[in-house]
Design a protein around this ligand. Structure first.
Ligand code: C5P
Length: 218
């Protein structure tokens, strides 16, 4: 099977030397990429900037901004049977990026932001992907409801819901505790290493993809 995974944060330029980003380390996505490659699948890992080593045996596509990641997914998605979107993509980017470093002038400064394209939200509707699609939801409140809402809006098979208000799990930690939110059920996975959770998520995803193949005969 060919598995496309997005991972890590994005970097949105403010000027040639500054950027906006978030606390994503990429560990969850890289753990899944490593596990999938270890199972013998072809893995396309599309990643924002991280401090991690690229797992052996994956096709690595480095990106920086959300717009870069959008273009990378757009060009690779047709090769994939399964797509898992674990990247923490910036919702907004600076509206204007000057060619030169911004100088300090007044006591305050206003940075205007505009919306980034929603990569996961474009995958069914614009990229016409019909394989198994898994999204992530990093939430600080109403975790399950927000995840189910996302599942419906973005056409996912399930959403991995993460409570990022806790500091022992979620962003930039080695452990995680997630719920798999489906249209008709929720499955809590318990607290484990990201490595173990990565395996569990992959097993569920591959099982869904195999049953799709059995039904459609493709
Ligand atoms: O709507 P929200 O940003 O919370 O959705 C999170 C999910 O959507 C994650 O799976 C993330 O990788 C994906 N996403 C994306 N492109 C965006 C924003 C989020 O692919 N611009």
């Amino acid at each position: 099977m060919t598995i496309l995974i997005t991972a890590g944060p994005t970097r949105e330029a403010i000027d040639p030397v500054r950027y906006l980003t978030n606390r994503s380390s990429g560990k969850m996505g890289y753990a899944m990429a490593e596990a999938a490659a270890g199972m013998g699948h072809r893995v396309i890992l599309i990643s924002g900037p991280t401090q991690l080593d690229v797992p052996d045996g994956v096709d690595f596509v480095p990106t920086e901004s959300a717009a870069d990641m959008y273009r990378a997914v757009e060009s690779w998605i047709s090769k994939a049977d399964v797509a898992i979107f674990a990247a923490a993509v910036a919702d907004y980017r600076p509206a204007h990026v000057p060619e030169h470093k911004i100088k300090k002038t007044g006591d305050t400064m206003i940075l205007e932001l505009i919306r980034n394209p929603d990569i996961l939200g474009s995958t069914r509707s614009i990229f016409k992907f019909n394989g198994v699609l898994v999204g992530f939801a990093a939430e600080t409140q109403n975790v399950e409801d927000n995840a189910r809402d996302k599942l419906e809006r973005k056409g996912c098979d399930f959403v991995v819901a993460n409570d990022v208000s806790r500091n022992d799990i979620g962003f930039d930690t080695n452990d995680n505790e997630v719920m798999l939110v489906y249209a008709d059920k929720t499955e809590p996975l318990g607290k484990h290493s990201k490595h173990h959770i990565g395996h569990l998520i992959l097993d569920k995803t591959i099982a869904l993809a195999s049953s799709n193949i059995a039904v459609t005969g493709q």
